[in-house]
Design a protein around this ligand. Structure first.
Ligand SMILES: Cc1cc2nc3c(=O)[nH]c(=O)nc-3n(C[C@H](O)[C@H](O)[C@H](O)COP(=O)(O)OP(=O)(O)OC[C@H]3O[C@@H](n4cnc5c(N)ncnc54)[C@H](O)[C@@H]3O)c2cc1C
Length: 337
């Protein structure tokens, strides 16, 4: 098939690499090559990423910048420590560059309508969802992120500070060599102020400022996934874990699901809905918190389902999931002003 991949982020570049031997495939990226930079904190679970990398002939170990021992969660009155099981940061830029190394990609081309002459057009434009119909009642979290060099880093491992009602959080992810991705996202838009306060408190040289919204609407509410000969993957169809804003692995899952169902968009859609069903529960929990405040009495079943989902997938998320940690974080998020 002649395939166009529109948007060469993590899902698009993975698909280019994965399909290049069997198809006539070409990528389109709106940024110029020199200006392209993956806006992301670069955190992921190495347990899963190593398998994706292997499928395209890469060794994930070569991209790892920092492997975490524990997640430091700032609860306001105290710091809480959660054991990590494979959460790491990796050089996402280099990873994506290597994925497309031998592929044909046209940089500096923003595609906003159907391209002629292709059997299949993949919308991997992330938040933009440039080719598929717009999502109604879309939920997204605005974010801002700084690349910071600390001469005296305040923490030496992953650190997060959840916002009230779990409407977002501030993150501080180590990249090795005193470099950190420090960012914040908040549905209620307090993220810029909170991030600047953090930088003011701990110092550090800000080398770069980036940001964009993250879609947290799950795939169920991002339909259709296809339209004519256009099919969506990744964040364009809502593959982001709503509680964490974690979208790398879910986007790769969706890309791999597309590879397996290239001959049937209907089968692809069904597989996506099944795979991302647990995200609907997570989204519902977050949405209720955003619209009417966290209420454990009302929402304990949702929270218990989320806990079970993560408890049996600690390797997948790279983090230990314990009910004690869940309730501590949530109780603190309710108290926080
Ligand atoms: C600040 C921030 C921090 C994050 N941190 C993490 C994290 O630590 N771990 C994690 O797992 N997830 C994280 N995420 C989420 C994660 O980055 C995304 O969900 C994931 O990258 C989605 O992959 P994608 O390929 O679907 O889209 P993207 O990676 O967003 O790629 C989309 C690509 O399409 C291009 N594009 C858009 N429109 C067009 C167009 N019309 N024509 C051509 N090209 C176009 C864009 O330039 C981009 O290159 C973070 C997100 C943000 C914003």
């Amino acid at each position: 098939m002649k395939i166009a991949v529109v948007g060469v982020g993590v899902a698009g570049s993975y698909l280019l690499s994965r399909l290049r031997d069997e198809h006539n495939i070409e990528g389109f990226e709106m940024f110029d090559r020199s200006r392209y930079f993956p806006i992301c904190a670069w955190g992921t679970s190495k347990n899963v990423m190593k398998d994706f990398a292997k499928k395209v002939g890469l060794n994930f170990e070569e991209y790892i910048l920092h492997t975490g021992r524990e997640m430091i969660v700032d609860l306001g009155r105290e710091l809480h420590y959660i054991r990590l099981r494979g959460l790491c940061t990796f050089d996402k830029k280099k990873f994506e560059e290597d994925l497309i190394k031998d592929c044909k990609v046209r940089f500096g081309m923003r595609v906003s309508s159907v391209l002629d002459g292709y059997d299949l057009i993949i919308d991997s434009t992330g938040f933009n969802r440039s080719l598929l119909p717009k999502v109604r009642n879309d939920y997204f979290i605005p974010t801002v992120e700084y690349r910071v060099k600390f001469s005296n880093p305040p923490f030496d491992d992953f650190y997060i500070k959840p916002f009230r009602e779990l409407s977002g959080y501030l993150w501080y992810f180590p990249l090795g060599g005193n470099m950190y991705n420090v960012g914040a996202g908040d549905y209620f838009k307090r993220h810029c102020r909170v991030l600047d306060e953090f930088i003011k408190k701990y110092g550090g040289e800000v080398l770069m400022k980036i940001g964009r919204p993250v879609r947290i609407t799950p795939p169920l509410y991002c339909q259709p996934f296809y339209f004519g000969n256009i099919v969506g993957v990744g964040e364009s169809i809502g593959t982001v874990y709503p509680m964490l804003g974690e979208g790398i692995i879910p986007s790769l899952y969706s890309a791999e699901t597309l590879v397996k169902n290239l001959d049937s968009f209907e089968r692809y859609s069904k597989a996506i809905l099944k795979m991302f069903k647990p995200y609907v529960t997570v989204f519902e929990f977050i949405r209720r918190g955003l619209t009417s405040g966290l209420n454990l009495k009302r929402d304990w079943i949702l929270l218990f389902k989320i806990y079970l989902h993560m408890r049996f997938r600690e390797d997948r998320y790279g983090i230990q999931a314990r009910i004690r940690d869940f309730s501590k974080v949530i109780n603190a998020a309710r108290r926080r002003t």
